[in-house]
Design a protein around this ligand. Structure first.
Ligand code: FAD
Length: 498
């Protein structure tokens, strides 16, 4: 029997209430489970095609991992707004309109500080070529490397792993591996042993023009998206947890077909479901029955590995105080050599700091506020079983280590931080229901299963972080659109309009 209990043993963040569904329609063409970026964009796209859509989100606000929170002292923190490739401008313009796309701006100053090098970069091909050649690489070799990035599929047939690909062009250069790979390991949980294409596509996307952000913050972006969806007539309900996706066998022993969902204890009929919930939760917790589903598909779904998780430390700078000269992003580590697995250790010295200042995160009230968010990659296993006291202690240690680390870059900053708190893999699991607090959904093997889902259960579609390419803000927005178009084809094919 599928199990939908929260795994961390904590009380649910949002206890269910039937009231949240008051006044909903009798049935829908599409129920979207989850209001992450893939769910929101998918909902918009199917609504654009004229379908009747209900979007159900477990959290009290939309955005999924692309969310924010407010704290006493006037602090506003973004959970996952560190940076994305320039492709977001095009995707946002095409799928959400200029009102959103025009707020996307470039981050100009990314920094590295580690035992191998300290440098500042605009994180694009031109600047990386400069850095690599200044650090002793042959210019023709650097050019050949960038040329190779253009054909990721070919790379997969030539090299077993991303690390082998990099080593081919820069043999024995662990410093170059760090320069190329460390930001991507943070951007989407990539590991050296991943297929070269998954590194090449994401790294190549960034190298086109650098790193971009949404000026004004996640709250502004999600409020704009919500308004657009409401205008299109999408029925949006928050604090609603979907417990089951209901299916029937179309004939005895035949293929299962979606008939509705159960959410907050209520049955809601629908013709198709777009699940933005974690892929494994969709198949193993939400789907009501595996009867009649190809056992090989279930096996393949079981084999899908979840991506790693992460910890964050949020630091709010006191009103009236400021920080300067930090750059926008800082990749730091004390490890003498780079290995992506070291990034996952509980006591890792490797951290990324994002600096938020009024230039990139202006506030509607015009107040000039600053904050810092530190991220470390993390493993669910290192946090899942801690009792309450140990969990608190480990969080305090994480905060302490982070404050010490930032102090070496901004001396005296501890004096002006007036709010600090930590989030762990358990926080992510609790608020987004992602199994094992997976920050980036599944490892690359999830993509094939996600795409095959509707071939095995009619009317059940998935969109959201899977693999490396279909994760992050850009990947999930694009995946939401791809999936919505498949849903439209399905609905038009199976339920032609009168
Ligand atoms: C700390 C952190 C930093 C990141 N930084 C960046 C970054 O700088 N740039 C970048 O591009 N990406 C970043 N990412 C990744 C990016 O945020 C995600 O890949 C992306 O937002 C995921 O979108 P999604 O559509 O897959 O849905 P998610 O954001 O995972 O949302 C899924 C939604 O479904 C809801 N849900 C799940 N199950 C149910 C249910 N049963 N009923 C109702 N609702 C349900 C959840 O509550 C959630 O709101 C970061 C991620 C993390 C964790």
């Amino acid at each position: 029997m599928p199990d939908s209990a929260p795994q961390s043993g904590l009380e649910p963040a949002f206890p269910p209430s039937r009231d949240r569904l008051a006044g909903i329609g009798e049935d829908y063409d599409v129920v979207v489970i989850g209001g992450g970026l893939a769910g929101l964009t998918g909902a918009k796209r199917v609504a654009d095609s004229g379908h009747k859509v209900l979007l159900l989100e477990y959290h009290s606000q939309l955005g999924g991992l692309a969310t924010w929170f407010n704290r006493k002292g006037g602090h506003v923190f973004d959970v996952s707004l560190h940076g994305f490739p320039v492709g977001m401008v095009k995707s946002c313009r095409r799928y959400w309109g200029s009102g959103l796309a025009d707020s996307i701006v470039q981050l100009k100053d990314m920094r590295f500080s580690n035992p191998q090098f300290s440098l500042s970069t605009t994180f694009d091909q031109r600047d990386y070529t400069r850095i690599l050649t200044e650090r002793g690489s042959d210019k023709s070799q650097v050019e050949a490397f960038f040329e190779a990035l253009k054909d990721p599929e070919l790379l997969n047939s030539r090299f077993p792993t991303a690390a082998a690909f990099i080593d081919h062009y820069f043999p024995g250069r662990n410093d170059v591996l760090r320069l190329l790979f460390e930001p991507i390991a943070y951007a989407n949980g990539s590991r050296e042993e991943d297929p070269p294409a998954s590194f090449a596509i994401v790294f190549g996307n960034f190298m086109r023009q650098g790193i971009f952000t949404f000026q004004g913050g996640t709250d502004v972006m999600i409020h704009k998206m919500t308004a657009i969806l409401r205008d299109l007539g999408v029925d949006i309900r928050t604090r609603v947890r979907v417990d089951r996706i209901l299916t029937v066998a179309s004939s005895p022993g035949g293929r299962r077909q979606v008939t509705g969902v159960i959410a907050n204890g209520r049955t809601i009929p629908c013709r198709a479901v777009l699940s933005n919930s974690n892929l494994k939760s969709t198949v193993f917790s939400l789907l009501d029955s595996h009867q009649g589903v190809d056992p090989l598909f279930i096996e393949a779904s079981e084999a899908v590995r979840l991506n790693s998780s992460s910890c964050q430390v949020y630091m709010g700078i006191r009103k009236g105080e400021s920080i300067s000269g930090t750059g926008d992003l800082l990749f730091t580590s004390k490890d003498p050599e780079f290995r992506s697995e070291l990034l996952l250790k509980p006591d890792t010295s490797s951290r990324t700091f994002s600096f938020y200042h009024p230039g990139i995160r202006p506030r509607p009230d015009g107040e000039a506020r600053y904050s810092i968010v530190a991220s470390t990659n993390a493993r669910w296993e290192d946090w899942e079983d801690l009792d309450r006291a140990t969990y608190r202690k480990r969080k305090s240690e994480l905060i302490e280590a982070t404050l010490q680390a930032i102090e070496t870059h901004i001396p005296g900053v501890g004096e002006i931080v007036d709010h600090v708190e930590a989030a762990t893999p358990r926080t992510i699991e609790r608020y987004t229901l992602h199994r094992d607090g997976a920050s980036f959904g599944t490892r690359p093997d999830g993509l094939a299963v996600s795409q095959a889902l509707p071939n095995h259960i009619s009317g059940l579609f998935h969109a959201g972080s899977v693999g490396i390419i279909m994760s992050g803000w850009l990947g999930t927005i694009n995946y939401g659109v791809l999936t919505a178009d498949r849903i439209d084809q399905y609905l038009v094919g199976t339920h032609p309009r009168q």
